[in-house]
Every structure is written in structure tokens, then in C-alpha cells.
Design a protein around this ligand. Structure first.
Ligand code: FAD
Length: 280
């Protein structure tokens, strides 16, 4: 039996099938990391689950390497391939928010910018990437660390379910209750277990999320300027380490941090003799 051709692929899927020279081919084959300049035989710009199924079946039957491109931010360039087939999910990025259940469903090619924009309108948020153009796909399947991770856990901790096209072309739902082993594998296993066409996340209140963000306060300008003398600073621009205090002789002795509450309340600022009284 002869191997299927690109014409067969075009008959099987409705989505645009782009080959070298077609408008949009270069945009779809390139990824964020410019070190990977690969040229697939074809790119499917998938628009619906049926396109993904068609692409997976075609790549399997034709023996082509298959790459899935979400946001294209993979550092090792896994979103593209040489001589194989790319399924570009960039057009599958619809987001639906259900404020009643505090959940959001997003297409497999959505970016964090897409998801945040949609959830924010309802005062909701979930843990996502720091850069808005990173794909929810690769980031979630790899774990997902973001600003809200300390208060809300990783992206995979908030993943409730995923719609997955597996290598045999089936569409499965993976969740705690359905195909639990696949769900377990997706949460950290990257793109190795199928193409996720839809992610469902739990969201929290974005107001409480920002309130719960850790607050890191720097020492006041006054306390920093008291330590400008280079010989009194053991490391970098920082004031002497918390357990030591300046003697003005280029050495330091143990003391409480000069900006600590107890030091301030006791008015126990060290007095800087001689050369340490650097004019401001
Ligand atoms: C600028 C930048 C900022 C980043 N910031 C963060 C951050 O804040 N937090 C963090 O945790 N990580 C961050 N990362 C790392 C990032 O999460 C990973 O590189 C991730 O793989 C990117 O996902 P993507 O969909 O954009 O990439 P792609 O290159 O499109 O995909 C990466 C991998 O995931 C697979 N994949 C993507 N979508 C799907 C899908 N729908 N179904 C199945 N497989 C899929 C692909 O096959 C590929 O193997 C950052 C990376 C960059 C370049």
C-alpha cells in the first residue's frame, strides 16, 4: 500500500494544510527559540478537534514525525520538526469561563494572555505563566509555575480535566474520575501522551490572589544610605548581613539588622566613627 500524500491529507482535514512557499507556512513552522529553524513537510493550522484527529491519523499512517505547536515557547524547539508534520494549535484558543463553578475551559492553543484576559473579566485567575505569549499547553503539561503558585499551587494542581486526542486517533476525557491514569501522566508528562485540545482549570478570585501575594520589603532608603561606605559592605550593595553590624573599620561585629523593628525601637543605630560618615 502506498504512503498517503499531502493531497490525501488535504482531503482528510478541512483546516489549511500549508507546505513550503504557502503564506503562513514560515510563521507556523518557526518557534520562539531561533536556534531551531526546522522545515516540516506540512503544517496543519487546526481549527477544531476533527483537524487534530485527521493530522494524528495521517502522521501515524504515513510514518511522519509529529510535532504539536501550542505557544511555541519550548526551549528545545519541540513545537516544530524537520520533514515531519506540525499541528499548529494557534487558532484553537477560545476560552469559556463559568463564574458559578469558578472554572475556565480553554482551547489547546490558547496562551496565558488569552486565558487571563477572559478570567479577569469575572474577577477570576489561575496559576499561569509569567509571559503572556507562552502557551497554556506546554506550560501546563510541564507543571506550570507562575505568580500565583505560592497561594494556588502549580498549573497542574488547578487542572480539572483535559480533552485529549491519543495516538490511535481517539478522543478521551482525562480527569480524576475518567481515565485517571492518563490524567496523572498529563500532569507533568509534557506532550508525550496525546494532543490536548481543551484544558479545564479551577480558578480562584483574582482579588484574593493579589492580596495573598507575598510582600517583600526592601530596607528603607535611610538604612541603605547609612551603609554606603564600601569598606563596610561585605557583599554587593546590600547592607551588612542581618546578623552583623558595621564597626567602621572595614570589619563587622554581630548585631541585629539595623533595619529590624527591634533595632529601630531601641534607637540602637550604630554610630559611624571617622571615615564611615560618608556624606550623602
Ligand atoms: C519567554 C518564556 C517564558 C516562560 N515562562 C514560564 C513560566 O512563567 N512558568 C513556567 O512554568 N514555564 C515558563 N516557560 C517555560 C514554558 O512553560 C515551556 O517552554 C513550555 O513548554 C512552553 O509551552 P508552549 O505551548 O508555549 O510551547 P510549545 O513549543 O508550543 O510546546 C512545548 C511542548 O508542549 C507540547 N504541547 C504544547 N501544547 C500542547 C497541547 N495542547 N497538547 C499536547 N502537547 C502540547 C508540545 O508538543 C511540545 O512538546 C517559559 C518559556 C519561555 C520561552
Amino acid at each position: 500500500m502506498s504512503k498517503p500524500s499531502m493531497d490525501d491529507l488535504r482531503e482528510q482535514v478541512r483546516a489549511p494544510v500549508l507546505t513550503a512557499g504557502d503564506a503562513g507556512y514560515d510563521e507556523s513552522r518557526t518557534v520562539h527559540n531561533g536556534m531551531f529553524d526546522k522545515h516540516p513537510q506540512a503544517v496543519i493550522r487546526a481549527q477544531q478537534v476533527a483537524d487534530v484527529i485527521g493530522g494524528v491519523n495521517f502522521a501515524r499512517d504515513a510514518g511522519l514525525e509529529l510535532a504539536i505547536k501550542g505557544g511555541g515557547h519550548s526551549a528545545p524547539g519541540f513545537g516544530t520538526t524537520d520533514g515531519g508534520l506540525v499541528i499548529d494549535l494557534a487558532e484553537m484558543r477560545d476560552v469559556h469561563v463559568d463564574p458559578a463553578s469558578q472554572t475556565a475551559r480553554a482551547g489547546g492553543g490558547a496562551t496565558w494572555g488569552d486565558l487571563n484576559y477572559a478570567t479577569h473579566a469575572y474577577g477570576l485567575a489561575t496559576t499561569g505563566g509569567i509571559v503572556s505569549t507562552t502557551g497554556i499547553g506546554g506550560l501546563t503539561l510541564g507543571g506550570g509555575i507562575g505568580y500565583l503558585a505560592r497561594s494556588h499551587g502549580l498549573s497542574i494542581d488547578n487542572l480539572l480535566s483535559a480533552e485529549v486526542v491519543t495516538a490511535d486517533g481517539r478522543v478521551l476525557t482525562a480527569s480524576e474520575d475518567e481515565n485517571a491514569d492518563l490524567f496523572w501522566a498529563l500532569r507533568g508528562g509534557g506532550g508525550n501522551f496525546g494532543v490536548v485540545t481543551n484544558f479545564e482549570y479551577h480558578c480562584g478570585s483574582s482579588a484574593s490572589s493579589s492580596r495573598r501575594r507575598p510582600r517583600i520589603t526592601a530596607p528603607s532608603r535611610r538604612s541603605r544610605s547609612r551603609h554606603r561606605c564600601r569598606s563596610c559592605r561585605p557583599r554587593g550593595w546590600a547592607t551588612p548581613s542581618a546578623s552583623r553590624s558595621c564597626t567602621g573599620q572595614g570589619r563587622s561585629t554581630p548585631a541585629s539588622a539595623p533595619w529590624s523593628r527591634s533595632a529601630r525601637s531601641r534607637r540602637s543605630w550604630p554610630r559611624w566613627p571617622g571615615r564611615c560618615r560618608t556624606p550623602r
